[in-house]
Design a protein around this ligand. Structure first.
Ligand SMILES: Nc1ncnc2c1ncn2[C@@H]1O[C@H](COP(=O)(O)OP(=O)(O)O)[C@@H](O)[C@H]1O
Ligand SMILES: [Mg+2]
Length: 599
């Protein structure tokens, strides 16, 4: 059974996880030690109780001839109360002390994963399943909480208690009770371990079904509009129900196997308890033990087997928690492909000249996207890139922003290779108005302010004015406080583009990149924004990717990208004179415009 899925994480308890968790606990070493002391005190109090009971009972037992003095009896009763109270008090103290430790570990790990996931490649995010990822992270961090709590509150104390009880039996009552206890604990452990291993498959199936149905639900809801456009609600519901059905089946198998596990454990405990009680009854009748001894033995037995019954559950859950944590650590082990060099310097921008030198790039090795692209943008120049959809224009931008590294060639800003500078300094220097803008589910104003968190209101207002958003804001009942909906779905494409422009204007980086930034605007708004952009770009180096050629006739230079190669470059007039790709594109678009309003 195990051969088939040895690669599965969590086949056996992976204790090395605890080593990896240690850095997250390190801050609270003293607290942990204190919690452990409380744990020992609480357990000690619990272990004393059966002894007090024994002496109380023996004292009352007239036949045994040991009449207990009133004062001593009172003392024992008080001791009993004190022990009971201490066991609860120290238990509570331990919980309170340790709570902080767990929460801090969860916070640190959660933040680390968050930062890490943000540092991963664009590719990772294009391939991820948001619902599943969120679920994995959540399961991993709550796994940490579970693992720590039960390590400290359950596994360690139970082991301690078993050792203590076995020693008491051995010292006070001879080998037989100790042997029965030890044998039943071992049998119990062996059975629980085996049965839990067997069940892992069902637990895993259940988790997978859970993730799958969650991913499906999130994806389906994100595509809400598409579902409606195609009237596919039933289709979606059907697919979701298929996942739910798998989940239901997996739960069922899981429950049945749990029944087997719990039943077996109960049987072992019952056999052990029966034989010990039987032995004790026999010895009391034979006069070997007093009634007090009988009470003591039966008390210890109950005390011992109760947490032991729980131990099976804990072991099972701990395995699950460890598997979840392992998954989270595996996520942390994913290395981004775009990384900073060891001694990355800050990018120092003086004139903001950009140089692409023989750059080639492919998303997948078999399909080259850019091939030997070379060009320079001189300081303060505006260079335009035009070409058919899919030519690789946006890819140029992604390379400049270092979302990916070129497979050959290099890109430099002011003579510094962007592969050798810190990502932070590079990305601070470059402002991008992307082709598709996605907004945060926040107010319009906050979305603009995102370009420069903490910007003064006057700066934000100015950016809004330059992006020609004012008029639109004035129409809204709630103005800038209007919430834009998830991913900005409540705004039109053109409105989103203007928010995106305002953001970038606010950021005011030395290099500006517009990736078809006005493609969703009608010609009139486009013209007014373009004049604003011209104003903004005057003292900046800018790279403008354009769909409509009429928007870039004023560029210092136009690059024509065709199947990933620059096939022509020059100013508008030169390119027209050349009568090649550009001239053909130009004529086609002029005709289109003559035929009617664009698009
Ligand atoms: N992450 C990706 N993985 C694989 N292929 C991609 C990826 N992004 C873009 N492509 C492909 O690369 C080509 C160029 O894309 P892009 O640079 O966006 O073109 P455009 O010139 O229209 O902006 C397209 O054919 C596109 O399908
Ligand atoms: Mg594009």
């Amino acid at each position: 059974m195990r051969g088939g899925n040895t690669a599965e994480p969590g086949q056996t308890l992976n204790w090395s996880i605890l080593l990896r968790l240690w850095p997250y606990l390190h801050d609270h070493r003293r607290r942990i030690a204190l919690a452990l002391v409380c744990l020992l005190l609480a357990k000690g109090a619990v272990l004393i109780i059966p002894f007090i009971m024994k002496h109380l009972v023996d004292g009352m037992n007239l036949q045994a001839g040991a009449q207990l003095a009133g004062l001593l009896a009172l003392g024992l009763v008080l001791a009993y109360g004190l022990a009971r109270f201490s066991s609860v008090l120290f238990g509570e103290l331990r919980d309170t002390l340790f709570g902080r430790v767990t929460e801090r570990a969860m916070r640190k790990l959660g933040l680390k994963v968050f930062r890490h996931v943000h540092a991963l490649d664009l590719d990772f995010h294009l391939q991820r399943r948001t619902g599943g990822l969120a679920r994995d992270i959540e399961r991993g961090t709550s796994g940490v909480s579970f693992l720590l709590r039960f390590m400290v509150f359950n596994i360690v104390p139970t082991l301690f208690e078993i050792a203590a009880v076995v020693s008491v039996f051995l010292i006070a009552y001879g080998a037989s009770y100790a042997l029965v206890t030890l044998a039943s604990v071992l049998a119990y452990g062996w059975f629980s371990f085996g049965a839990t291993e067997w069940r892992t498959r069902f637990v895993r199936e259940m988790n997978e079904a859970d993730s799958a149905s969650n991913t499906r639900a999130v994806d389906s809801l994100l595509n809400f509009e598409t579902v409606k456009y195609f009237g596919n609600e039933d289709f979606e519901a059907h697919r979701y129900d298929e996942d739910l059905q798998r989940w239901e089946m997996a739960r069922r198998k899981n429950r049945l196997s749990l029944f087997g596990l719990n039943g077996g454990q109960a049987l072992i405990i019952a056999v052990a308890q029966t034989s010990m009680i039987g032995l004790a009854v026999y010895q009391v009748r034979a006069g070997i033990l007093t009634l007090g001894d009988f009470i003591l033995i039966s008390q210890y037995m109950i005390q011992l087997f109760m947490p032991l019954g729980f131990l099976g559950f804990v072991y099972r859950e701990m395995k699950g928690a460890m598997a979840n944590i392992e998954k989270l650590f595996a996520l942390l082990d994913v290395r981004p492909q775009v990384t900073e060099r060891e001694a990355a310097a800050e990018l120092i921008v003086e004139d903001a000249a950009i140089r692409f030198d023989n750059v080639s790039f492919a998303y997948q090795a078999q399909r080259p996207i850019l091939q030997g692209v070379s060009f320079t943008v001189l300081p303060g120049q505006k260079v335009a890139v035009v070409g058919a959809s899919g030519a690789g224009k946006s890819t140029l931008v992604k390379l400049l922003f270092r979302f990916y590294d070129p497979t050959a060639g290099s890109i430099a800003i002011d003579g510094q290779d962007i592969a050798g500078v810190t990502l932070q300094s590079l990305r601070r220097a470059v402002g991008i108005v992307p082709q598709d803008t996605v907004l945060f589910n926040d107010t319009l104003l906050e979305n603009v302010r995102y370009g420069k968190p903490g910007a003064a209101d006057s700066e934000v207002t100015e950016a809004i004015r330059m992006a020609h958003l004012e008029e639109f804001l004035a129409q809204l009942p709630e103005g800038g406080e209007t919430r834009v909906g998830e991913r900005g779905l409540k705004l039109s494409g053109g409105e989103k583009q203007r928010v995106s422009i305002a953001r970038t204007v606010l950021k005011r980086p030395p290099i500006l990149v517009f990736d078809e930034a006005t493609s969703s605007l009608d010609s009139r708004s486009e013209q007014s924004i373009l004049s604003a952009l011209r104003e903004i770009a005057r003292h900046h180096t800018s790279l403008v990717i354009a769909h409509r050629l009429s928007t870039v006739v004023d560029a210092d230079r136009i690059l024509v990208l065709h199947h990933g190669r620059i096939v022509e470059q020059g100013a508008h007039r030169e390119l027209l004179a050349l009568d090649g790709h550009y001239a053909a594109l130009w004529r086609a678009q002029q005709d289109e415009q003559a035929r009617g309003p664009d698009q």
